[in-house]
Ligand binder design. Sequence first.
Ligand code: NDP
Length: 329
Amino acid sequence: TQSPVNVTVTGAAGQIGYALLFRIASGALLGPDTPVKLRLLEIPQAVKAAEGTAMELDDCAFPLLQGIDIFDDAKAAFDGVNVALLVGARPRTKGMERADLLEANGGIFKPQGEAINAGAASDVKVLVVGNPANTNALIAQAHAPDVPAERFTAMTRLDHNRAIAQLAKKTGAATTDITNIAIWGNHSPTMFPDLYNAKVKGQNAFEAVGSDLDWYRDEYQPTVGKRGAAIIEARGASSAASAASAAIDHIRTWVDGTPEGDWTSMAIPSDGSYGVPEGIISSFPVTVKDQQYSIVQGLEIPAFAQEKLDATVAELVGERDAVKELGLI
Ligand code: NDP
């Protein structure tokens, strides 16, 4: 049997953490043959709640779960980490300015980047879920100079999955009939779901929706982009199980690869492809093979898509400049 994989989850006592931990422990993250050890990081006030979740994990008697440790110190939590899921973040509260939000998150993601740099395993993979996810990932990456930059990623897989679900609804297709969906840019309402390069049962997705640009612009994109707000409105709480599920999908694809002929969406450090400034953490269509991802090259970007791509990238550049100004990167 394999030796266990160390999975560190931050914000473990939060609602995404609660939906995520049981799926990791059940084998959904790394497959049915890979034992896991969970390392939970929380702020001191939430350690007790994390202990409660750990009690429940114990009570599931998961065959693959070989241990749970709880920390309030990042250095300890990331020691030996193979998979780091950075879920805990400082949410924007009423009246909070963007600079305050970025600064508060700098105080979280800078020490976490340093701790990953100091103690992570050589194969570490990092996924940032906590918002503003792309820029939080950039902050952590900037403080981990000894870790290859490409190991730092942020989650747009939930947007990707939402884009598939909405397209399936519109076309009456099954989710499995939809391939080559991509999310470009920031994990924020500006993100751009690309139908021009997507397929429904092998047919071009934009053509499959009748080449209806009004629907694309006025319904599809806002529905996908504002889905989080719609869920808060309906549920009275933000999406948690679907976010956890997308985090599982992101890592699972990074480990197992993308199916032949298909791709996925990951926010990754840009190499300058498609004119996205090098270094910012932006979502691209990527293929994954042997645990390495590559940006899909040569895709068609019509004028409408280019305009949307420019807007979401401009937002990311603005966030990067703001954290630079604050001395966080
Ligand atoms: P959640 O578990 O609901 O959310 C955690 C983070 O995920 C938030 O930043 C949230 O962003 C983000 N997120 C990303 N995508 C989504 C999505 N689609 N839907 C919902 N959220 C999304 O937050 P809780 O407040 O329940 O829990 C956070 C926990 O983190 C707390 O227990 C807190 O103590 C802990 N924490 C831990 C830290 C640490 O380990 N060092 C540091 C800071 C906090 P958004 O706010 O925009 O919804």
